[in-house]
Design a protein around this ligand. Structure first.
Ligand code: PLP
Length: 447
């Protein structure tokens, strides 16, 4: 057995010993849920943990173990589990009834978005980030009469066919079942490559540049933010729309999201996840003339783009989004965003120091309250980091689970919420030190 195989065997054995109930539930779940889970990223090897509930920044698994939660249900729970304002909104929504035709609360939520999100002249609600991306791309194509979309290598924009290309830094399509034609109009470029962008835009057939301002999936390699400004300028000159996918960055880097953080106003912006703090809601916001393509009244003289969804304005999700936005706005005013960014830096620095104390190289990228680590030395960049020590890193996150810290192996982020404390951060760093003492990462690493 190689050192890496020995490391894997040791960590898997520790996981099995800790989680017999999760193992049993995984056996049972596989007979009912495909693969025992409700989506690809909910699974990890050798089997995932199954959870009972959460409170604040902590969750409890089915074996009764407590974890500091840095997954936050896929980065939704920026206010933590069972946030009091959200519990009140859920109770009120249940009282009002879930589905009402053209409810007053949709207008109220849209007005709040207009107040917080730069450039949100009009709003359309949807059920998820994926649907919001699909709709924004359709609006952009309808408005410009162009088909091509520029997407950056290493970014994730939801699970729709045309977006499942280039997630791993190469121009590969992810998984089977995607018709080749689905990705025909998607141009993949390297994030930060202004020259390639200039050439691609010069053809005059690009409807939109779609960009996650946090470049979260790729690992937060956003540079100093100057690329965001260049893309804004270049798209404006080319008659191409700029779409910010704010599903991760929105309300997380600032109440006004990536647009506020980087000082760039896009033509359209896409929201999900923290927007409704855990309930199911997505949104597209942006310029009134572009969004006008989805106006069913006929008042907008240009082309018409169909967009609809049965659950677009359910009461509970809308009231939760309102409660969450009130909270985010308050925290922006109170310095709450600076505090969680400082916690993230404390975590990143602490992990780097802990690895160094064990003779191991670690690189930490932090952006707002997100930390992403790579087992690579200081000269790291996206290209090297996306291929170096990937397996070791996934095993490190599994090992952290055995020490009571929840991140998802394979995603390898630490998402912090407004309810994480300094004590939680120090406990995560202490857990990392225990992992490095217990398991032999030094022998299993690539140089
Ligand atoms: C940047 C980004 N865009 C879109 C999506 C898709 O959102 P959803 O999972 O709500 O469909 C995600 C999900 O992780 C995301 O990270």
């Amino acid at each position: 057995m190689s050192a890496l195989q020995l490391l894997e065997a040791a960590i898997h054995a520790a996981w099995r010993e800790r989680t017999p109930q999760s193992a049993a539930w995984h056996e049972r779940a596989q007979a009912a849920l495909v693969g025992g889970v409700s989506g690809t990223v909910r699974f990890f090897q050798p089997y995932p943990a199954y959870f009972e509930g959460g409170q604040g920044a902590h969750v409890t698994d089915i074996d009764g173990h407590d974890y500091i939660d840095c997954f936050l249900c896929g980065a939704c729970l920026l206010l933590g589990h069972r946030a009091p304002a959200l519990m009140d909104a859920i109770a009120e929504g249940a009282e009002r009834g879930s589905l009402i035709l053209n409810p007053r609360h949709s207008t109220e939520t849209a007005e709040m978005l207009q107040g917080i999100v730069p450039g949100a002249e009009r709003v359309r609600f949807l059920n998820s980030g994926t649907e919001a991306v699909m709709s924004a791309l359709r609006f952009a194509r309808a408005f410009t009469g162009r088909a091509k979309i520029i997407k950056f290598l290493g970014t994730y924009h939801g699970m729709e066919d045309q977006m499942l290309v280039g997630l791993d830094g190469r121009a590969n399509v992810l998984g089977a079942g995607i018709p080749p034609g689905a990705v025909e109009d998607i141009i993949m470029l390297r994030f930060g490559d202004e020259e390639a962008l200039r050439v691609a835009l010069a053809a005059g057939d690009v409807a939109a540049v779609l960009m996650d301002p946090s470049m979260h999936h790729g690992g937060l390699w956003v540079g100093d933010g100057s690329f965001h400004h260049s893309v804004r300028e270049m798209t404006r000159k080319a008659g191409t729309l700029l779409i910010f996918d704010e599903v991760i960055a929105g309300f997380r880097l600032a109440a006004g999201g990536g647009q506020h953080h980087f000082g760039v106003t896009a033509d359209l912006a896409i929201f999900g996840k923290a927007f409704s703090a855990g309930e199911k809601l997505g949104a597209v916001t942006g310029r009134a003339d572009v969004m006008g393509v989805a106006d069913p009244s006929g008042r907008s003289k240009g082309p018409f783009a169909f967009q609809s969804g049965t659950g677009n304005d359910t009461t509970v999700a809308q009231l939760c989004a309102q409660a969450a936005m009130r909270d985010y706005a308050q925290r922006q005013a109170d310095g709450g965003y600076d505090k969680i960014a400082a916690l993230a830096r404390r975590l990143g620095d602490g992990l780097v120091a802990t690895f160094a104390a064990h003779g191991l190289a670690l690189h930490a990228n932090t952006l707002g309250p997100i930390v992403r680590i790579f087992m690579i030395d200081g000269a790291a960049d996206y290209d090297r980091a996306s291929i170096t020590n990937r397996k070791q890193l996934n095993l490190f996150h599994l090992a952290l689970l055995t020490e009571g810290v929840l991140t998802i192996p394979g995603s390898n982020d630490f998402f912090l919420s407004f309810v994480h404390s300094e004590a939680d951060i120090d406990a995560i760093i202490a857990a990392a030190a225990r992992v490095l003492r217990r398991f032999d990462f030094a022998s299993a690493g690539e140089p």
